[in-house]
Design a protein around this ligand. Structure first.
Ligand code: URA
Length: 224
């Protein structure tokens, strides 16, 4: 079995976990983030440019899937020794913001199965609580692209992976796809689940007192 790691680079700043991969921090990517972070950006532009970054993230997530040798015959009658994906995949979006990433996944994986998990704060315990989940019945045998654009404290993502593991998905078959992450959330998430991979577009400075990512882009759901 061969594993590719695509063009993502392992995040190095500070003490970030080795399972965190960022998109190449190119000027183009920074320009896209500048547009979506700008409070004066229209909703239409926010949708368009955040979708562009999401598409890049999904493509990079797929680069982390293992492949196996596969020989095919081309229309010229020649043999071609290529590769094919080793296993099946599915997407799981963490509602509600993660739903916005589903279209990006569908654009590159036609007829992909997509499950959903809704986690909210339990008002009594203040802890993340599962409110709803609908997952493919054979999810235990699939690689899972877990979708959530904003990783703040990591509470929802940690709970979501707990649910996936309860459904039989091994940690090492989970790839978390994320637009912006706070270092605190990354450390909490990856310390709890060291075997999963995180693909993020940008790692921001931190969190404010309301647990918003700083500088961030505000409330992702409100801006879409
Ligand atoms: N969710 C958001 O939409 N924005 C943040 O900054 C943090 C969580």
């Amino acid at each position: 079995m061969a594993t590719t790691t695509g063009t993502t680079s392992q995040a190095t700043p500070g003490s970030l976990p080795p399972s965190v991969f960022t998109l190449p921090q190119t000027a183009q990517l920074e320009a896209l983030y500048t547009i979506i972070r700008d409070r004066t950006t229209s909703r239409g532009d926010f949708l368009f440019y955040s979708d562009r970054v999401i598409r890049l993230l999904v493509e990079e997530g797929l680069n982390h899937l293992p492949v196996v040798p596969k020989t095919i015959e081309t229309p010229t009658g020649s043999k071609y020794e290529g590769v094919g994906f080793e296993g099946k995949i599915c997407g799981v979006s963490i509602l509600r913001a993660g739903e916005a990433m589903e279209a990006g996944l569908r654009e590159v994986c036609r007829s992909v199965r997509i499950g959903k998990i809704l986690i909210q704060r339990d008002e009594e315990t203040a802890l993340p609580k599962l409110f709803y989940s609908k997952l493919p019945e054979d999810i235990a045998s699939r690689y899972v692209l877990l979708l959530d654009p904003m990783l703040a404290t990591g509470g929802s993502a940690i709970k979501a992976v707990e649910i996936l593991k309860e459904h039989g998905v091994p940690e090492e078959r989970i790839i978390f796809i994320n637009l912006i992450a706070a270092p605190e959330g990354l450390v909490a998430f990856c310390t709890k689940y060291p075997a999963l991979r995180v693909i993020t577009g940008w790692i921001d400075k931190g969190l404010n007192e309301k647990a918003y990512i700083i500088p961030g882009l505000g409330d992702f759901g409100e801006r879409r």
